[in-house]
Design a protein around this ligand. Sequence first.
Ligand code: MG
Ligand code: MG
Length: 254
Amino acid sequence: MIKPRTEEEIELMRENGILVSKTLAEVGKIVAPGVTTLELNRVAETFIRDNGAIPSFLGYDGFPAALCISVNDVVVHGFPSDYVLKEGDIVSVDCGTLYKGWNGDSAYTFPVGEVDAETRKLLDVTKASLYKGIAAAVAGNRTGDIGNAVQTYAESFGFGVVRELEGHGIGRNMHENPGVPNYGRPGKGSKLVEGMTICIEPMINAGTRGVYLARNGWAVHTADRKNSAHYELTVVVRKGHAEQLSTFEYIENI
Ligand code: MG
Ligand code: MG
């Protein structure tokens, strides 16, 4: 049984949504060839703490950093490191905040300098697939409608949709029910109720959908070592539409 949020609770979720969105924009400002992923993490953690919030990923199941930073063939859950970003890389940045007892969670994949046309297409299609999913996140639909919208769109370009990881409900805990897969059948899965807050987060691979887990037990890589992109937004399910609680506006207005 998933309890819908009150409008007061949704307002607190929105504050978190704006904070993660602004944090990702701060990171985006410094993404460039020559920058280490640890530096991206440092900027984010400082910004989150300066705003009176807690980086919720830090210490989550032992995760060692404020951000998950996943470069090129890493799908998600990469550790920030002394890796130096280079022209043509893509870097997925996933950010979580805890503020006033509620959670925010969003992700964005940034191109580093100029990327090739196929990679640009992967980024554009993955982000567009997220918006397809959001459009399906309306009261009365089911999680399978979201997953089907994401999957149908991404696969129409020949890309692989990762199935081992999924979106999720979010609230006082970062990961709550229901799970929100990026694939599925219309009319199947958990019912979406007005006031439900969920994260939709397609992870789309340039090649095969297969993945493997790195030996550190965290980083998820594409099986064929081709690039993978990841975009995530938090939304509240409404009647007839989904309302975004986080946004890429701050990033894309840089
Ligand atoms: Mg996330
Ligand atoms: Mg998430």
